[in-house]
Design a protein around this ligand. Structure first.
Ligand code: SF4
Ligand code: SF4
Length: 421
């Protein structure tokens, strides 16, 4: 695609990045076919090609308006279009630039601005979030129905401390667990299960100090705040991994993992941090990348679920399949371990969670959720698992489906077998 950026943007690093990406797009429109917002709304401007065009217009000096913002806001940042694009267009990076420059040209005001600031603050304050969630759960029976359904229930899971079982002959492997910000308040069993399963696989888990990865603020118009949080994290974590050259940072929330793996790209114009960020990114892993299929199979072979052959439906988070490019990884690992995994129809499409999208764009989000619930219902599985707290909470609200993280299911399977023997 030809471009003609105005001098202001030609001189800025963001403009240089955006121009390169714009030129890689051939405007073929293949991406629209796999874009969830385009599938729901059917408007060219609510698909990737239309949004790319809107950003191009802005960078070429065209007028921007609330209509521009509306179409950019409706993007779920699911990166499904990137998986489809034959030209390798780095769409989400372009969108990041587009949203940042739009905010500079036409700052959000009034209630929408306040709402985003409040969300960014609340969701990155784990203690406050945890306190309000506990109060919400206590008073849930008397709350209005809209609020009642927004409060995630406490999962009823049984996970025992799991001793080293397999891989004990290998030299110790160490991971630093990124525990996230609000995940521990909503579903503490996910970090518990990660520790238990890794322990059974003879992988030592240590806690990674520090909280939020910065994704929440970054996607709520607070890119400068997010960047400063990222730099703090890099300073803290780079020193740690430098001392332990074979250790990895593991994130069991694929949304956080995808953002952590994007650190070097986001800080590409920061000469002081780019090298450290690139080194850090190489060490960030999703749990599925660190678990050996044969070792997991040895752990699960005698479990009741494997022996029974009951189906498990897997909801693949966009942040894992499109963001981290790990499409098929969890399904493959669990299948290798003997679990009967059912892949969902339209598995490439977002469930509508997408961070705070479910709050800020609830209409589209709910439509996508209903579509996902229908595809889950089609496979008639005994359990439904995912790899991201956002998808889990979104799909569980109102549905009573009991979606859990796949590591929680694995930990439960092993715990049950051991308690029976
Ligand atoms: S982003 Fe890729 S798929 Fe979409 S219009 Fe551009 S080149 Fe085609
Ligand atoms: S990131 Fe997702 S919602 Fe946004 S344009 Fe791409 S496919 Fe559509």
């Amino acid at each position: 695609m030809q471009t003609n950026l105005i001098p202001l943007y030609q001189e800025r690093p963001e403009g240089v990045v955006a121009e390169k990406i714009l030129r890689s797009c051939v405007h073929c429109g293949f991406c629209n076919a796999t874009c969830p917002s385009y599938q729901v709304l059917g408007n060219e401007l609510d698909g990737p090609r239309g949004r790319i065009y809107l950003i191009k217009q802005m960078l070429e000096g065209g007028e921007v308006s609330e209509k521009t913002r509306l179409h950019l806001d409706r993007c779920l940042t699911c990166q499904s279009c990137e998986s489809t694009c034959p030209s390798g267009v780095d769409y989400h990076r372009l969108l990041n630039v587009g949203r940042q420059l739009l905010e500079e040209k036409l700052p959000r005001r009034g209630l929408p601005r306040f709402k985003r600031k409040a969300l960014a603050w609340f969701l990155t304050s784990p203690r406050l979030f945890g306190l309000l969630l506990s109060l919400g759960r206590i008073f849930q029976p008397i709350l209005p129905s809209a609020l009642k359904s927004a409060i995630p229930s406490r999962a009823d899971v049984k996970i025992g401390p799991l001793d080293r079982t397999v891989g004990a002959g290998l030299s110790p492997r160490v991971v630093f667990l990124h525990e996230g910000c609000v995940q521990d308040a909503i579903s503490p069993e996910i970090n518990l299960a990660t520790r238990a399963v890794f322990s059974a696989l003879s992988i030592d888990v240590q806690t990674l100090a520090g909280g939020c990865c910065g994704a929440i603020e970054f996607h709520l118009d607070e890119q400068a705040v997010a960047r400063s949080r990222m730099r703090e994290n890099i300073d803290r974590w780079h020193a740690l991994i430098s001392q332990q050259p074979s250790a990895f940072i593991v994130s069991n929330a694929s949304g956080c993992g995808a953002f952590l793996k994007d650190y070097a790209s986001i800080l590409a114009d920061d000469a002081d941090y780019l090298i450290k960020a690139s080194e850090l990114v190489k060490r960030v892993k999703d749990p599925v990348e660190l678990i050996d299929g044969d070792e997991l199979a040895a752990l699960l072979s005698s479990t009741a679920l494997v022996k029974s052959g009951h189906k498990v439906a897997y909801q693949s988070p966009c942040s894992l399949q499109h963001g981290q490019k790990l499409s098929g990884a969890v399904e493959g690992l669990l299948t290798q371990a003997g679990v009967d995994i059912s892949v969902l129809r339209d598995a490439h499409l977002c469930c509508g969670s997408a961070g705070t999208y479910s709050i800020l764009q609830s209409g589209i989000s709910q439509e996508l959720k209903q579509r996902k619930l229908a595809s889950i219902s089609d496979v008639n599985a005994r359990h439904v698992v995912t790899a991201n707290i956002g998808c889990q909470t979104h799909l569980n609200s109102d549905s009573g489906l009991g979606v859990k993280h796949w590591l929680v299911l694995v930990a439960e399977m092993i715990t049950m077998t051991r308690s029976e023997s």
